[in-house]
Design a binder for this molecule. Structure first.
Ligand code: G6P
Ligand code: MG
Length: 217
């Protein structure tokens, strides 16, 4: 396989936003009168905002009407936005910048494929928007991961066939999305929890392109 493009998930791959999502969702759970644990929060990784809310409500055994559901999603996002306002480039996960620069220097195209509707804001806070040739975020897709839409759109905008794309993902739904799109995929995190990736790495520290090319040769 010749890697022509790399597609990156945002949350948990480029930056660790999971704790901000968690604190925001926990505040909603507190207001609704139930406990939302960090373990429960794992179920929200890679999942869209509305689906996350549905999971949260199931955990709390709460049923709400459509209007309240919309209001809760807006409220959660307002909490989340207040946390990410103060985000800085120092929060970019170790080795990410170096890896992105190495890809660019080797002529490999770079895309972002994230469910988050806040992707552009976060890329700007981290000052790395220009490192991506294309950004497909939650505003541009109608089908959430594990549907491959977000990655297939990225590949199409880059003009690269899915089989020449390598996806980096920290969530099972994202790995499944890459697979469903016929792409190669490297998981970021713990191999015990991430299934069906070609390889699973802890992060980009000490990772370089030669290493990855050797895995796929
Ligand atoms: C990513 C995160 C999820 C989050 C989703 C939507 O996939 O992993 O935890 O729910 O984005 O994020 P948003 O910023 O649009 O609420
Ligand atoms: Mg993620």
């Amino acid at each position: 396989m010749k890697i022509k493009a790399c597609l990156f998930d945002l949350d948990g791959v480029v930056v660790d936003t999971a704790r901000y999502h968690y604190i925001a969702w926990k505040r909603i759970a507190d207001q609704l009168g139930f406990y939302f644990s960090e373990l429960d929060n794992e179920k929200l990784k890679g999942v869209s905002r509305m689906e996350s809310l549905d999971i949260l409500l199931r955990v709390g055994k709460k049923e709400v009407d459509i209007k309240t559901r919309e209001e809760l999603a807006i409220l959660k996002n307002s909490y989340y936005l207040s946390f990410i306002q103060s985000m800085t480039p120092g929060e970019i996960l170790p080795g990410v910048i170096e890896f992105l620069d190495e890809l660019r220097n080797n002529g490999i195209l770079i895309g972002l494929g994230s469910a988050s509707k806040n992707s552009l804001l976060i890329l700007d806070k981290l000052n790395i928007r220009e490192k991506f040739d294309v950004v497909i975020d939650g505003n541009k897709v109608s089908n959430a991961k594990p549907d491959p839409e977000v990655f297939l759109n990225g590949a199409a905008e880059l003009g690269v066939s899915p089989s020449d794309c390598l996806v980096f993902e920290d969530a099972q739904a994202g790995i499944d999305a890459a697979r469903n799109g016929g792409m190669h995929c490297i998981g970021i995190g713990n191999p015990e929890y991430l299934k069906n990736a070609d390889f699973v790495i802890p992060g980009f520290l000490k990772m370089d392109l030669d290493q990855i090319k050797s895995w796929y040769s």
